[in-house]
Design a protein around this ligand. Structure first.
Ligand code: DX5
Ligand code: ZN
Length: 224
């Protein structure tokens, strides 16, 4: 399993130091790219990836929350992205987009909004390196985990398992020491966490706490 800090919750005025602060604990960071159309927010572009590549050693997991991302993908590949995910809801020609990412030699993922059924990726599952199951509606950090998402993760894990495929399940949104074990138990192995890491002064301790929580026994999440 891997913990992947999302820099959306980091201090943008000192991004490189914020990344350095987690580098001894993780080998990947998560970069949220928002276009103000697919999601109601704007964040950062390929120039941030390329700047961080120059100053930091960590690998970059780029999450594209943009409409029709094909035109932007080459700039993220050139900037040094190591993994790129696109939203199934944002791509008219999803298979072509995935091929485009894979042909550049980096890992390709597809993200599903909470209300999008797992079935939507069934026909292209064998093309994927990872499936990103959003556990909040994308667009903002610090939102509450949607309690029905572990069932969806379980459904995706079973589908991957019956097909004997090697597709990792990544989760993103509201991941903390309470929700991480639920997702882990359901079959996720890549855990994106923004506020649960950057919302704490001691990032090392926050990451260790998340890692430790993965083995804690879990009851059902209390609905708020
Ligand atoms: C939300 C982004 C997430 C966000 C997660 O649209 O995709 O990666 O940074 O933040 P937390 O962990 O605070 O929910
Ligand atoms: Zn994200």
């Amino acid at each position: 399993m891997k913990i992947i800090p999302s820099i959306l919750s980091a201090d943008f005025s000192r991004l490189s130091e914020e990344v350095r602060d987690v580098e001894r604990d993780v080998d990947l960071i998560h970069v949220d790219v928002m276009d103000g159309h697919f999601v109601p927010n704007l964040s950062m572009g390929a120039n941030v990836v390329s700047a961080l590549k120059k100053s930091n050693a960590v690998k970059m997991d780029v999450h594209l929350m943009v409409e029709e991302p094909a035109a932007l993908i080459p700039s993220f590949i050139e900037a040094g992205a190591d993994m790129i995910s696109v939203h199934v809801e944002a791509c008219r020609h999803l298979h072509r987009v995935i091929r485009m990412i894979k042909e550049s030699g980096i890992a390709a993922g597809v993200a599903l909004n909470p209300a999008t059924p797992v079935d939507w990726v069934r026909p292209i599952l064998d093309e994927l390196d990872y499936l990103l199951i959003m556990t909040v509606d994308p667009g903002f950090g610090g939102q509450s985990f949607i309690p029905s998402m572990p069932d969806k993760i379980r459904e995706a894990a079973q589908l991957i398992d019956t097909r004997k495929q090697h597709v990792a399940i990544e989760v993103d949104g509201g991941i903390n020491t309470e929700t991480l074990p639920l997702c882990r138990k359901a079959g996720a192995s890549l855990f994106v966490a923004g506020s649960a890491i950057y919302g704490h002064h001691d990032r090392h301790q926050a990451i260790q706490g998340l890692l430790k929580s993965s083995t804690s026994s879990t009851g059902p999440l209390k609905r708020k």
